[in-house]
Every structure is written in C-alpha cells, then in structure tokens.
Design a protein around this ligand. Sequence first.
Ligand code: NAD
Length: 424
Amino acid sequence: MSKAIVSSLYDSDVFRMACRQFDKAADAINLPEAIRDRTKYPRRCLAVSLPVRRTDGSVTVFEGYRVQHNLSTGPSKGGIRFHQSVTLGEVAALAMWMSWKTSLVGLPYGGAKGGVIVDPNQLSQAELEHLSRRYMQEMVSFLGPHTDVPAPDVGTNERIMGWMMDTYSNHVGHLSPAVVTGKPLSLGGSQGRREATGAGVAYLVKKYLEDLKIPINKATVVIQGFGNVGSETALALVGYGAKIIAISDYTGGIHNAKGIDVQKALTYISSQRVLKDFGGGEHITNEDLLELKCTVLAPAALERVITDKNAHKLKCRLLAEAANGPTTNAADKIIEARGDIELIPDVLCNSGGVIVSYFEWLQNLSSFYWGRDEVMEKLYGILDKAKASVDAQKKKFGFSRRLAALTLGIQRVADAKAARGLFP
Ligand code: NAD
C-alpha cells in the first residue's frame, strides 16, 4: 500500500490546482495507488541565488528555480519564466503540466519548468544578460541536451535563450545548441519556433470551429495577453479570416467591435513596449475583457484568471487555453455544467510551442536544418493526431475534453514509470 507524501515544499493555490486535476484524472482511469504519488510529484528541484551587478554598481540577489517533474520518458522539457510573481509552487505546477503535455502529443520528453522572481521590465539589457547567464551558470550541472532542455516562457525570449546557450557552451567547451530551444535562427533556432505556440493555438481553434460548423470568417476573438503567444495567435487567426475584437497586456486592454489592427498593435508595442494608450479602440480592463461576447476567448497570459467569480459570465462559444492553467478547478466545474462552451485544454491548445521546440532539438542534434514549410506541416500533423486522440477519449468515456487530455497524458507517464521500475 502506498502512503501519500504531503508536499509542503510546493504548496500553493496553483500547485494544489494541478494536483486536483491529477487526482481527478487518476481516479477516472483507476491509476493504481502504487504508481500515483511518484507520477504526481516532481522528481527533483533546484533553488539558486543569483547575484547580479546593477548598472549603478550595486548588487541585487535574485532567486531562481528549476523543477524537473518527470525524467522517465526522456529529457525533461519546459520553459523558463522571468516574472515578479514566480513561486516554487507555480514552477512545480507548470512542470507537471509539461509532463502531461509532452506525453499527450507523443514527444520523447519528460516535463520541467524554471523561473526567476524578477520583473524583467525593471532591468537594463546588460542586467538582463547577467541574470540570464548567471541562471544558466548555476544550472549547468542540472541541465543538458539529454537531461533537461529549457525554452522561453513569460518574460523570456530568443535573446535570453541565446545567452543561456552561450553560457552552457562555454562551460562544456564546445557549441551545444541542443541545450535550449527557442534560440535565434543564427544560433541554431528553428524556422517557425517563434510563432509555433500561437500558430498551433490558431490551427486548433480553426479545427474546432469547423467541428462546430462556425465559419472562421464570422468568428470574433478576444485575447488576453499580447506577448509571444497572444500576438502570434492573433496574427494567425487574422490570417484565417477571423476578427480580433479585443487584446490586452498587463497594462489593460483595448476593445473594438469593428476589429483591431493587430499589425498596428505590434508595431506600437515594438516602440512603446506596452499596449497602454495604443488607441485603435476603447480601453477595457483585463477582468471585463474576459466577459466580452465573442466566438473565441483565448487567455494567453497567466494562470487562474477564469474562476468561480467569472466562469458563469463568460460569453464565448470556444475557450482556447493558450496560457497554462488559466482556469481554476471551480471554474472548470461551472463551465462543464453550463455545457455551452467548448474547451480546448491548455495541454493540447498550446502544445505547438513544445512540438516545434522538439523539432529544433532534433535539428540541433543532427546539425541538419529544415525549411519553414516542413516545420509547419509536421506541426499541424502532430496537432491533428493529438486532437483526434483527445476527442476519441472524450467520446469513449464521456469525459470532459480536459479530463480526456489529462488522462491520456498521465497514463503514458505512469505506464513508463511502472515499466522502468522504482528509480526513474
Ligand atoms: P510573454 O511574456 O511573451 O507575454 C505575456 C503577456 O501577458 C504580455 O503581453 C504581458 O503583458 C501579459 N500579462 C502579464 N500579466 C498579465 C495580467 N495580469 N493580465 C493580463 N495580461 C498580462 O509570455 P508568453 O510566452 O506569450 O506566454 C503566455 C502564456 O503562454 C503563459 O501561460 C505561458 O506559460 C504559455 N505558453 C507559452 C509558450 C511559449 O512558447 N512562449 C508555450 C506554451 C505555453
């Protein structure tokens, strides 16, 4: 008989949320007790202090984490977040979701995540570089192309991945591009990686709208978060003929029922950094934006924004979870009970990013690079297969789409652990 561990290390709202999702899925597939806890809890974590010399000569020490949730099915994989609200528990929850995601879409990876408690907007470029390099320096013995492979997440980007790859390569004494993905093209990045997550979200939205028999050129779309994922989702959906009626970032949102010029918003952001005072529509708060009437709502910022306070007020037909963990357990129940909203769960919806990260890693390991068309074609092929398997599982067992996706992801990890024995 297994005795449950009580993990105080990771305890937080978001970690408890990920655990409740796991428990529900484990119950639904009768996962044996003997395998539950070791499938559920992270394998290991590292917390590091990161001293950075500031441009005024002073030194600030930042705190960083890396949580490796599962290494049984391959090197662990997952982004690094730079954000002021990062906690170890949040990183652990995000690492857990990475395990189910890579497993669901059939990649030869486990799951991990990293984070640093910092507002990157408050750092100069030089300070950001020092912090990124120091993070990788502290992680050198914990990461590697066959151990754990990071990528960008909230607050990090191609440039930061380039600095981290360079730091690792200098340490091991040779160029090692496969240690991180999401790098600049000049350093072994993949064609299509920058837009992969948003392109994948948009592709799945298009496919689910087809299932619902809603013409995409009649669809209105609301997107919360206009960073890498939100903006690329918007661009791809505009390309398919949809109308984006609201976007936002941490400074607030813009609403325009006639449609927002996404390209103009991106140009504005490239000089002003934030959407504040963009014009192009009326100002709206991030809270009100979620309740706008629309065909598609895509939260693409942080976790736990759809809660028991607003779930019954959503007015969308399709909820596309571009962000990780945007919907709380209580909100999930409300949405299921309503029955009028189709959900594309995060582990499926935003999996395009890690799929193209996998392509980048493969290209780095073989030093053989693919064209963009090949990347996108392979991406859409994997998404089609994952969508079909989730929808078949949903139908077969009468599960919600989230439960269908999670049970598929969790089962594969549990099977691999059971087959390997106790150590991995
Ligand atoms: P990003 O840093 O590029 O963009 C984040 C956006 O969210 C910014 O526009 C920011 O202003 C906005 N934001 C931050 N706090 C907000 C708040 N409180 N309210 C509204 N907006 C807020 O990050 P990203 O890479 O686009 O990641 C967004 C989400 O997608 C995260 O949940 C991330 O884990 C997930 N994700 C990212 C990738 C990837 O490839 N980058 C892959 C899969 C999933």
